[in-house]
Structures are given as C-alpha cells and as structure tokens.
Design a protein around this ligand. Structure first.
Ligand code: HEC
Length: 378
C-alpha cells in the first residue's frame, strides 16, 4: 500500500454551511492546491475559497478581437481588393454593411475558442482521467454530500497536517486518495480500429453519394443547371484582361432614362437654348398645378407671391411676379427647377422633365393671372 503515490486527503461534510466554513478555514490555513466537490454549485464558494477571477475571460477577449479583425480583413480583401462588385454605385469599402458580420464573427470565434481553450488548456483534454474518479468519496459528493480534497502537491501539505486540519473541521470519512496503479496513457478515441471505422464510413457514404448523383442519375443531354455555358457575375472570365466576369459601367456611359442635365452651370445658355416642348392645355396645366402645389408652394406660396408657409424657417423667396421673373424665358425657369439657384435646391430628382415643363407653364399662367392684358378678357 505504501509504495503508492499519494494524491491527497479527502473529508466529507453534510451541509452546505459546513463546506463553506471548511473552505474558508482551509484557505485561511494557507492551502493553495485543494478542491471542493459539491453535487451542485454552492453560492459564495468562490469567495470562501478566495479564488481569483478566471483567466478564461482573456481567452474570450483575444479570440473575440481576432474574430473582429479577421472578419474586417477578409471582407476588405474580398470586396475591395480581390473582387469589387458594383452595386448601385455604392462604395466598395462599405463599413456599415461590414458591422453585422464583424459582430457575428466576434461572437462566434469568442464563444467557440473559449470552449476549446477551456477544454484543451484548463481541463487538459484528451487526458480525461483523475485520481478522484471512481472513489467512494466522488460517489458521495456527486450525490448528497460535500467534500474537500487537500492535494499532496501543495507546499504546506504534510500527511499529519492534512489529517489534523480535516479532523479539526469535524470532517467525516477522512481518507487518503492514491494515484491509480497503472495510468491509461493511451486514449481509446485514437484507437486504430475506431479511426478505421470512421474512415470507412466517410469513404462509403461520400463515394456512394458521388456515384448515385453523378453517375447513376446523370443522363445526357441533361446536365446540372448550375453549370452553364455563360459567364455569371461572380465568375472569372478569360475574355477580359483583369479576369473579372462582371464589368463596371463603361466610362462616360449613362443608364437608360437618366440623361444628365446638360446646362448645369450655364443658366444663360439654358435660358437661350431650351424651348418648352409642351403647350398649355388643360391637362398639362393640371399636372403643372399639382406639382407646383406640392413642390413649390411651401416656399413660393400658392400664387407665387413669395409668401412662404415655412414660418421663417427658410429664407423667403422672391415673388415670381417680379419684372425679372415675368420677362425671363421658359428655359431659365426650367433651369432653376433643374439645377436650383443659390439657396433654392434642385428639384430634378422629384420632377421628371415633362413635369418640370408643365410646372413652368403653370408658373406662366400664375404670372399672367396677376398681370392680365386687355386681350385676355376677350
Ligand atoms: C425650399 C424653398 C423653395 C422651394 C420648395 C422652391 N423654391 Fe424657388 N426659390 C427659393 C428661393 C429662396 C429662391 C431665391 C434664390 C436666390 O437667392 O436666388 C428661389 C428662386 C426661384 C426662382 C427664381 C426667382 C428669381 O427672381 O430669381 C424661380 C423661377 C423659382 N424659385 C421657381 C421655383 C419652382 C418652379 C419651384 C417648384 C418646383 C420652386 N421654386 C421651389 C426657394 C424655394
């Protein structure tokens, strides 16, 4: 019996209060290498054992941040360097769009790596043997008793000292625990038989699936729909020098229906060259009135007198019945709507060309109504 190597001394207690008290006394006595075993987590135990905060949090932090930056780097590489995809002219490095993925990868890598660290470094996997396993002591403390185990590797540990301390705490069943005679170094998980079985199952299932799907059920002239004789956006192509199948818009081209306004900074040219293609019939004026009331009247007033409804939150515009406005050409009013003028913004996104010209006609009608000529009355 004596040639066995001592692992430690164990003692049993009946109530949680006793074990808390025992933990306090043992840590007060200066023991560092000891453990408490209880059937369930006992509140206040880490305080009684004076355990330092777990170092596992550092692993979570390091792996979490690694995940964050790895995700950012990978997305940057893919969507800025390797294969920039043009989506509605959005920037390639679209950081807000990266945030959800960075967050997810952070959480994923932190949680997985923390579990792996815990099992591999803290629990020393694949070593799953422990001298306490299979002892009477372990049977009791995993059922309805509370136990303390003083380990022999502690600096303060002496056989008599440990026995005395446990006795002074009124522990029951004070028992020495020895290391098992033969230690099973080899793990059954890595048995060649088991590994061969795994390999066998993997080869049979993947081979069988491959055969069934690609040989048995493959009938020409049908083929898999995902393989087609064309270049799809994410594919590479040998036709172009940069190897990208998806092409950015050709320099200087515009998309259908989006002709840019050609007199952007040239009001004089616009006033001279642009002619109103519409005639002031009932329908055009109705469209013009509708658009004017929606988009122009908040500042210019329903009749163009410059009486803003915005209560001074925006500078009042000049009256559209001024000499200047009345004598300006249709083209120049069209230009103001299309390109804006000083603090008045452009309305080119809200109004189509047709609607802009209709609004011009309506403004003309308003001006005429304020300065009617004799002939208009006839
Ligand atoms: C947000 C307020 C606001 C809205 C809405 C607005 N305007 Fe103006 N508009 C102004 C202001 C302010 C000016 C004077 C700009 C300046 O300082 O040159 C102005 C100037 C003009 C002028 C030139 C007047 C001149 O004497 O130089 C015209 C014409 C005009 N607006 C037409 C329109 C039409 C048509 C619409 C509707 C499509 C419209 N505006 C909508 C604020 C507005």
């Amino acid at each position: 019996m004596n040639d066995k190597i001592l692992y430690g001394y164990t003692g049993i207690f009946d109530t949680p209060d006793e074990i808390i008290n025992a933990a306090e006394k043992v840590s007060d006595a200066g023991y560092k290498k000891y453990d408490i075993n209880t059937p369930y987590p006992v509140h206040g135990m880490d305080g009684a054992m004076k355990l330092p905060p777990s170092k596992l949090g550092y692993a979570a932090l390091v792996f979490g941040l690694t995940g964050t930056f790895a995700a950012l780097a990978i997305m940057y590489f893919m969507s800025v360097l390797d294969y920039p995809i043009v989506i509605g002219g959005k920037p390639f490095f679209a950081f807000p769009a990266f945030v959800p993925i960075m967050f997810e990868v952070t959480v994923l890598s932190a949680s997985i790596a923390t579990v792996v660290t815990m099992i591999a470094f803290f629990f020393k996997f694949p070593n799953i043997s422990h001298p306490l396993h299979g002892t009477n002591y372990m049977k009791k403390v995993s059922s309805d008793k509370y136990g303390v185990c003083l380990q022999s590797e502690d600096e303060k540990f002496t056989e008599d000292g440990a026995k005395e301390l446990l006795a002074s705490l009124n522990a029951k069943d004070i028992t020495p625990i020895y290391f098992p005679d033969e230690v099973h170094e080899k793990q059954t998980v890595f048995e060649p038989k088991f590994i061969s079985l795994l390999l066998f199952v993997a080869i049979i299932t993947s081979g069988g699936t491959y055969f069934a799907l690609n040989k048995l059920m493959f009938m020409l002239p049908f083929n898999w729909m995902m393989y087609q004789e064309k270049t799809v956006p994410q594919e590479s192509s040998t036709i172009f020098a940069d190897g990208f199948g998806m092409r950015p818009p050709v320099e200087g081209t515009i998309s259908r229906g989006n002709m840019p306004y050609q007199f952007k900074d040239q009001p004089e040219l616009a006033a001279m060259l642009l002619k109103n293609p519409l005639v002031p019939d009932e329908q055009t004026l109705a469209t013009g009135k509708e658009k004017y009331d929606i988009y122009c009247s908040p500042c210019h007033g329903y009749f163009g007198e410059g009486d803003s409804r915005l209560r001074g939150q925006y500078p009042n515009p000049p009256s559209l019945h001024s000499e200047k406005s009345r004598t300006s050409s249709d083209g120049s009013i069209y230009h103001v709507i299309s390109a804006g003028q000083n603090i008045m913004p452009s309305y080119s996104t809200q109004l189509t060309r047709q609607e802009r010209w209709a609004t011009v006609l309506y403004v003309r009608a308003l001006q005429r109504s304020f300065n009617a000529k004799e002939s208009d009355l006839e």
